[in-house]
Design a protein around this ligand. Structure first.
Ligand SMILES: [Zn+2]
Length: 366
């Protein structure tokens, strides 16, 4: 091949993804825009380590945790996390420093399905620059495991529910796909990424089996999880529970009086004994429901701890890991139901599953 032919071939290879993206951007409907998430890298394989360092930026705490696990043992790799513990990703606005870090990155790893509602324009611009912008939700969507967002009335909103990570089986799909994406960017370390993914999916399977066994010991008619925003549909579906949330799927809209009154009626009608507060959301709406129930002569407890919803705990703590965050939620729910007098069995922690729940989380005073 002479130089001229080579030049045209490279131009064509570079142009194809641009043409596809151009079409995607002209479409206004959200479903079509969604299909353009996870564009192929414009410069296959060669993007990482142009200056010797593989620079990755992660948005949510879950994205950061998984990326750290999959890149263990890889040197000359830098991870810059954007959101800290307790941050609400629906509302988080990227700062100037965040945008600068993403501009410098070889790869940006985000949760996707519009969880990071304020990032859409930034991601589009990064893709135009040839940065690999990777959505963790996309492989789960392609596998057919994404469910629709429901209003409190049960009407389908037509959007995807972005909280897919709450089913550990979905997180396994994401783990394997992200490992393959990292290996494509950085083929010299491909075996390391895939080995880490194999070890971690085995841990996720242990976690799912433990959680499922415990969550299903609550009698079927009492398996209702009442929270302030609708982050737990996947969590419920994974373990045979039903959900009721005061706000809908995103925290961008405020809960109205009608939403609170509807939840009050639902809790009383179904004799639900516990309401849960989420760590990244204000407790006001759940407390309003509790007060309204008390005003009608009813009684309902708050959970023994807050639930992790869209953000994990502080780094270095049990809830600061994905496994710990899921397990902490399971323990919080089961212990809260126990305190409300429901017969519940909490299964023994699997011997090879890490991290191990801290002692103070294993028992609770009601
Ligand atoms: Zn959410």
């Amino acid at each position: 091949m002479n130089n001229r032919h080579f030049f045209w071939l490279i131009s064509l290879l570079l142009a194809v993804p641009w043409l596809i993206m151009g079409c995607g951007r002209q479409m206004n409907n959200p479903a079509a825009a969604q299909a353009t998430e996870n564009e192929p890298a414009t410069v296959p394989d060669a993007a990482a380590r142009q200056d010797g360092l593989f620079r990755i930026v992660t948005t949510t705490t879950q994205a950061t945790d998984l990326t750290k696990i999959l890149t263990q043992g890889v040197s000359d790799l830098e991870i810059t996390p954007l959101m800290g513990a307790g941050v609400d990703p629906h509302l988080y606005q990227p700062t100037e420093a965040d945008i600068a870090a993403m501009n410098r990155a070889d790869m940006v790893i985000y949760s996707g399905l519009h969880l990071e509602g304020q990032f859409d324009a930034v991601f589009a611009a990064l893709r135009e620059q040839g940065v690999r912008v990777y959505s963790l939700g996309q492989p789960v969507k392609e596998a057919g495991f994404i469910i629709g967002a429901f209003e409190a009335t049960g009407a389908l909103l037509g959007a995807d529910d972005p909280h897919f990570w709450f089913d550990p089986r979905n997180w396994e799909v994401t783990t394997l796909d992200l490992a393959a994406a990292l290996a494509a960017m950085d083929p010299d370390n491909g075996e390391v990424y895939e080995g880490n993914a194999a070890a971690y999916t085995a841990q996720l399977q242990l976690l799912y089996t433990w959680a499922n066994e415990g969550m299903r010991t609550v009698p079927e008619g009492q398996r209702y999880l009442v929270t302030s925003h609708d982050a737990f549909q996947y969590f419920g579906a994974a373990f045979g529970w039903r959900m009721a949330a005061i706000q809908g799927i995103s925290t961008e809209a405020e809960a109205g009086v009608g939403d609170i009154q509807g939840t009050v009626n639902f809790v009383i009608d179904n004799q639900i004994p516990v309401l849960f507060v989420e760590s990244s959301i204000s407790p006001n709406t759940i407390q309003a429901v509790q007060s309204a129930i008390a005003a009608r002569g009813g009684q309902v407890r708050l959970g023994v701890r807050e639930l992790y919803s869209d953000a994990m705990g502080e780094p270095g703590t049990f809830g600061g890991t994905y496994i710990g965050m899921i397990a902490a939620n399971v323990l919080t729910i089961l212990q809260s139901y126990q305190c409300a007098g429901v017969a519940v069995t909490i299964p023994a922690w699997p011997a090879s599953l890490t991290p191990v729940p801290p002692v103070q989380m294993s028992s609770v005073t009601c």
